[in-house]
Design a protein around this ligand. Structure first.
Ligand SMILES: [Zn+2]
Length: 299
């Protein structure tokens, strides 16, 4: 009974499939995805699109034809008196098809909300079981104390490292894995970085570039606390300090140097908004920023 143009039924369905793929990739995929896109943004976009589909479907597309008895109706059914109790001519679905009023868009909207809610539940459950938050309070405190000790060595004074569980200071929104006041005594790291550091320090677990990044971030914030402001210089120092830091947390020297060199290579690929984090040209062996000019190894 479709006499209108097809109504793009695939758009919400495609959206839901895309959302499901994204959430699963976010949970189980590469860390790069996690750090690049906050997961709630995907939920928010999906929700926004569902709302817009819903409102779009409610808006009349074109003036409705007069639905009083039409000539064709009279031909088919004979003349029907104004409003007697008549049996429904169409099943509910057909009726909704002919009159895209509230019910059908509302039903699609509710299905969409259900899908979004279900995915959020899956996400939340997995995170609760595997994330930083899944660790016991005591364990988290112990880990943060350890990170604070390590940061204090680099900063040359007593500083504190806190894992920003509430996402109030750092995270995808702030486009940062850590934050520290220059010369201060308190820095925040994202729970993801804290978890990587915890895995290394307490479980001896290495996740290549994730572990490397976590070491670099902790060292980076420690250098800010020490008083270095310039981001590129801070990062250059951090990648060098990351070697000793990684060793103290259980890595072999060659392995951790390799990780930090890799970070240096990746640093060269920074562009756009993160260009200020590019290490300066004198960040090389024997350069002005070499913390250990006597050594031929860098970092
Ligand atoms: Zn910084």
């Amino acid at each position: 009974m479709r006499n209108q143009a097809p109504r793009l039924p695939s758009a919400p369905a495609a959206l839901r499939v895309a959302l499901a793929i994204f959430v699963l990739a976010w949970i189980f995929g590469p860390y790069e995805l996690r750090s690049a896109v906050p997961v709630w943004l995907a939920f928010l976009i999906a929700l926004g699109l569902e709302v817009s589909f819903f409102l779009g479907a409610r808006r009349p597309r074109a003036p409705r034809p007069d639905r009083g008895p039409q000539p064709i109706d009279r031909e088919r059914f004979g003349y029907l008196a104004e409003t007697e109790d008549l049996p429904p001519l169409f099943e509910e679905d057909e009726l909704a098809e002919e009159h895209p009023g509230l019910w059908q868009p509302l039903r699609r909207f509710l299905v969409g909300l259900g899908v979004i809610g279900g995915l959020a539940l899956v996400f939340w459950t997995v995170e609760l079981r595997t994330g930083w938050d899944s660790l016991a309070v005591e364990t988290r405190r112990e880990a943060q104390d350890r990170f604070s000790d390590e940061a204090s060595r680099i900063a040359g004074k007593a500083v504190r490292i806190r894992c920003d569980e509430a996402g109030a200071y750092v995270g995808a929104v702030q486009h940062a894995d850590g934050v520290a006041a220059v010369g201060g005594d308190l820095a925040y790291l994202t729970p993801e970085r804290c978890l990587d550091l915890y895995r290394l320090a307490f479980d001896g677990e290495v996740r290549s570039s994730q572990t490397a990044r976590a070491l670099a971030v902790l060292a980076h914030e420690a250098w800010h606390l020490r008083g270095v402001r310039d981001e590129g210089t801070t990062e250059c120092y951090a990648l060098q300090s990351g070697v000793q830091l990684g060793k103290r947390l259980g890595l072999a020297e060659d392995a951790v140097r390799q990780l930090m060199r890799q970070q240096l290579v990746e640093n060269a690929g920074r562009s756009g908004a993160s260009v200020e984090y590019l290490v300066p040209p004198d960040c090389h062996d024997g350069g002005a920023l070499d913390l250990d000019p006597d050594s031929a190894r860098f970092p």
